[in-house]
Design a protein around this ligand. Sequence first.
Ligand code: GDP
Ligand code: IMO
Ligand code: MG
Length: 442
Amino acid sequence: MANLVVIGTQWGDEGKGKIVDILAHDADVVVRFQGGSNAGHTVVNDRGTFVFHLIPSGILYRSKVNMIGNGVVVDPGSLIEEMDQLQAKGVQIGRNFFISHRAHLILPYHKAIEKAAEQSKGSRRIGTTGRGIGPSYADKMARIGIRAGDLLNPPLFRRKLEENLAEINLFLDRLYRAEGFQVEKVFQQYMGYADRLKDYIADTSIMLNKAIDRGRKVLFEGAQGTHLDVDFGTYPYVTSSSAAAGGACTGTGVGPTKIDVVMGVTKAYTTRVGSGPVPTELNDAVGGGLQERGKEFGATTGRARRCGWFDGILVRYATKINGLSSLAVTKLDVLDGCKELMLCTGYRHNGILHKDMPADIQVLSDCEPVYQKLPGWTTPTTGITTYKKLPVEAKRYLDRVEELAECRIDMVSTGSKRSHTIILRNPLAAPRRRPAAGRARR
Ligand code: GDP
Ligand code: IMO
Ligand code: MG
């Protein structure tokens, strides 16, 4: 098995960082393919706790090559800050790290536009991370974006900046009464970034394809989650990139025939940060308990994550959209001590039972979740590393998750540490088999 995509199946923060860190051991290259510093991927190992925003979670292994693909939007200031913080902790970043020449940059005006737009929306705001993600992708699509490669060509960079600011300053002033930006100031700031980053900028798509041709294993690290995908998420309460598995191809320049496995990461319950519907949200002590035990506060913005029961409709949709061949269930330990557990098996709206994700966000906002109740478990699961040692109720719960998701579970995470993991099958190490019924496997 060679090339694998890791994707979030919910609204982000599923524990992708932890799973990528584990899988990266058996990979040669780790590449981020979308999003930007809106992501916050946490890895906890013997060396401490690391939160990655732009740099792939594989950087902790000295021998792996790490890349930021063309589908990512790069804020050079926050990238340099992240590099500094990692290097201060002894992490090596040198010829093991590359940034796509084609990746678009985030400029200060992107953050200013986002801030003004969010403020003007009032209660309809998306609740973005404020990192300039949406406006940077908008410029990419409008064909006025400035790319990482432009940092290597100062006259071109200046010309693009001048053209953009001539319009954007007017836009900021007339529409939002917000302050504009001086070309010279931004230019000097970004030429400083260019000095620091120039050696890392490369044509990563060619490098990746060469690596694949030589039989190297590539791990594509997704950010955000399927339901934040700009096409398949809960639009407009989404991010501005292709967070679903398809983004791995367009965001790196690797063709779909080269991808062997797509692993989805799902929490054993549901969380979301920012605005938008969450049918299984719990605005009570049970939800508060999940938030407290799961330490559900954003790794990027520190905002409290909204918590709710596991939603089978949400995750099954992710199985279909991404063509998942494998599932990793995280944070099972957070459910320890719950007397009973609910799993959402459908949405009821105006007397109609929906078994599939409705495209109409109004249906999702107004629906009533239909639940199946299962008994909880009282013995702790934290740190359990073998499936057999799980309480019988936890096994039953996982079986139901697997059935609802229509995807086999290959990993179960029982704590934040690298070692707190049950690996039923490592898709990067094992030969590929057709998905089989879960129970028989164990
Ligand atoms: P990502 O954005 O998908 O990489 O996820 P985040 O890092 O934003 O959020 C996941 C959080 O849960 C992090 O703080 C992880 O350290 C933590 N975590 C991951 N897996 C587990 C687990 O199985 N149990 C517990 N208790 N925490 C976990
Ligand atoms: P990781 O990679 C959770 C959410 C924001 C907001 C919406 C749009 O750690 O899973 P944006 O700044 O992207 O324009 O915000 O998307 N969001 C995330 N939520 N985890 C993330 O990343 C997120 N990245 C963006 O809260 O609702
Ligand atoms: Mg996160």
